[in-house]
Design a protein around this ligand. Structure first.
Ligand SMILES: *Cc1c(COP(=O)(O)O)cnc(C)c1O
Length: 467
C-alpha cells in the first residue's frame, strides 16, 4: 500500500485551526468536534485505500463529512433527502414539507415546555385542541373542530361515534381504496358501522339516497374519490341536494374530503378540488381531511362541522388513543395562521408555493441547474449529457390525480452507466437524491427542489457521474 497517498490528508490539529471548525466549537463540545474530524479522516483513508483519488479528499471534503458526523445526519436512519421527482405530496418522502414558520413553532415547543394543556388566563387545565380549533373554524366556517392523528383515524372515530352498529349509506362509486392499506369498506366494518351501498359505480341519484333514507340509515357518508377520477357517463347529487334530503329525515351527512383544501386552487387554475368551506357551507354536518396533503402541514386528521357532533367526538374514549402530540399542534397552528392571507399562504407554504410556480420560473431554474451541473462536471473531469427538458409534475398524495402540472427539469445520461444504477448511486449520496427515469434518462424535476438544496444536489450528481 502506497502510504504517501495518506500523507496529503490534513492533520486533526490543522483542521481544528480552520475558521469553520472554530465556529463548530462554539455550538458543540470540542471533544465531539475532534471525534467527528477523526471519523472523517478514517473514512478518507478507507476511501483512498479503495482507490479514490487524493484530490477528492481535500480539506473541504473532509470537513463536509465531519460536519455530517457531528450533526448526526449520516448516523440517523430517518434522513433528509432531495426530492427531485416533481411529486409535491410524495407519501414515501414524508408528504408535505413544512413552512419555516411551522418549523420554528415546532422547535420552540419541542425545545422546552409549552402551555399544551394549560389555560394561561386561569392557570387551570386547558384543552390541547383549543390551540387550533378557533383557527380551523375561522378558515372553514365550521362551528367546532377537533384534530386526531391522521384522516384515517378521523374516519374511524367519526363512524364509531355516529354509526356504531348502525346502517350508513355510501355510493358504490365512493367505495375506494387509498394507498393499499385504507379501504373505505373495511374501515367502516372495523368501526362497527353497517355498510349500505347505494347507486351504481358510475351513477348515483338522489332517489337512490332517498330509498336508503326511507329504509332507515342513520348517516350518509360521502367520500372524495381522491386518487382516481371517473370520466364519461357519471353523476352524483350536488352536496346541497344530498344534505337537504338527509336533513329532511333528520340524518346527518359526513364528508371525508381526503385532501381538504383551504386554498382555492381552482382560482389558481389547478384542478377542481373543493375547498373545505364549500362543504361546510353546503350544510355538511361533519367534514374530515388530512393535515399533510394539500393543506401543507403535518400528519393530522382534521375534523370540523356542527358543534353537537364535534362535542360527541370530543367525549369519545377512543379520542385518547388517537390524540395528537404537541409537535403536531405546533406545526398545524403555525400553518393555519398563514392561511389568514391567501397570498401569504401561497408563498409561505411550500406545497402551495411549489404547485403554483410559473412555467417561466421553473424553466429558468432548470437552466441554471443545468449550467451549474455542467460547470461542476467539467471541474471534476466527469462526463455526462445534461439537457433541460419539459416534464410533467404531479400533486401526489392521492390529490388531483388527473392534474399534471407542466414543469421543467434536467435530464441526465452517462455513457455506459445504466439509469437504474445512476438512481442507486444518487440515493447513496449525502443527502440522498431521489429522482426518476423517463425514456432512458434520469430526470430531476426542479419543481420540488428547494433553492437551499441546490449545492448539495449539484455535488451529489457530480459524485454520481464521477464515481
Ligand atoms: C388520504 C385519504 C385518507 C387517509 O388520510 P391520512 O391522513 O393519510 O390518514 C382518507 N380518506 C381519503 C378520501 C383520502 O384521500
Amino acid at each position: 500500500m502506497d502510504t504517501t497517498r495518506f500523507r496529503q490528508l490534513p492533520a486533526v490539529h490543522k483542521l481544528l485551526e480552520s475558521d469553520v471548525v472554530t465556529l463548530w466549537c462554539k455550538s458543540h463540545a470540542r471533544t465531539d468536534v475532534v471525534r467527528a474530524l477523526q471519523e472523517a479522516l478514517r473514512q478518507a483513508r478507507a476511501a483512498l485505500r479503495e482507490g479514490d483519488e487524493p484530490e477528492s479528499w481535500d480539506s473541504s471534503a473532509i470537513l463536509r463529512v465531519a460536519h455530517e458526523v457531528l450533526t448526526g445526519q449520516s448516523l440517523l436512519h430517518l434522513r433528509a433527502v432531495v426530492n427531485a421527482t416533481g411529486i409535491v405530496l410524495h407519501t414515501n418522502l414524508g408528504r408535505a414539507p413544512l413552512a419555516l414558520e411551522a418549523v420554528a413553532a415546532v422547535q420552540a415547543s419541542a425545545f422546552g415546555y409549552s402551555n399544551l394543556e394549560l389555560d394561561l388566563e386561569t392557570g387551570r387545565r386547558g384543552e390541547r385542541y383549543d390551540h387550533v380549533e378557533r383557527a380551523i373554524c375561522a378558515l372553514t366556517g365550521a362551528e367546532a373542530a377537533l384534530v386526531v392523528n391522521n384522516n384515517a383515524a378521523a374516519v374511524f372515530l367519526i363512524l364509531r361515534e355516529l354509526a356504531n352498529g348502525l346502517p350508513v349509506a355510501i355510493s358504490r362509486g365512493e367505495l375506494i381504496e387509498i394507498g393499499g392499506s385504507f379501504r373505505v369498506s373495511e374501515i367502516m366494518r372495523e368501526s362497527g358501522a353497517q355498510l349500505v351501498e347505494v347507486g351504481t359505480t358510475n351513477k348515483t341519484h338522489e332517489r337512490d339516497y332517498e330509498q336508503a333514507l326511507q329504509a332507515g340509515v342513520s348517516l350518509i357518508l360521502r367520500v372524495h374519490a381522491s386518487n382516481f377520477k371517473m370520466l364519461g357517463f357519471t353523476s352524483k347529487p350536488p352536496l346541497e341536494a344530498l344534505v337537504a334530503r338527509a336533513h329532511a329525515h333528520d340524518v346527518p351527512v359526513y364528508e371525508d374530503l381526503g385532501s381538504g383544501s383551504l386554498f382555492n386552487l381552482k382560482k389558481a387554475g389547478i384542478g377542481d378540488e373543493p375547498t373545505v368551506r364549500e362543504s361546510v357551507e353546503a350544510g355538511v354536518d361533519i367534514v374530515s381531511f388530512s393535515g399533510d396533503k394539500l393543506l401543507g402541514a403535518t400528519q393530522a386528521g382534521i375534523i370540523c362541522g356542527k358543534k353537537r357532533y364535534v362535542d360527541r367526538l370530543k367525549k369519545n374514549q377512543l379520542l385518547r388513543a388517537l390524540r395528537v402530540d404537541k409537535l403536531t399542534l405546533a406545526a398545524l397552528e403555525a400553518t393555519l395562521w398563514l392561511y389568514r392571507d391567501e397570498e401569504i399562504a401561497r408563498t409561505r407554504i411550500p406545497t402551495l408555493q411549489m404547485m403554483t410556480r410559473t412555467v417561466e420560473d421553473l424553466q429558468s431554474d432548470a437552466e441554471s441547474l443545468a449550467s451549474a451541473l455542467r460547470a461542476s462536471l467539467a471541474a471534476q473531469g466527469a462526463h455526462a449529457d445534461v439537457r433541460v427538458t419539459r416534464v410533467e409534475s404531479q400533486v401526489g398524495g392521492g390529490a388531483l390525480p388527473s392534474e399534471d402540472l407542466p414543469s421543467y427539469g434536467v435530464a441526465l445520461r452517462v455513457a455506459g452507466v445504466p439509469e437504474q444504477m445512476l438512481l442507486e448511486r444518487l440515493r447513496a449520496q449525502s443527502p440522498p437524491i431521489i429522482a426518476r427515469i423517463m425514456k432512458e434518462e434520469v430526470i430531476f424535476d426542479v419543481r420540488t427542489i428547494f433553492a437551499w438544496q441546490r449545492d448539495d444536489l449539484v455535488r451529489g450528481i457530480t459524485n454520481t457521474c464521477a464515481g
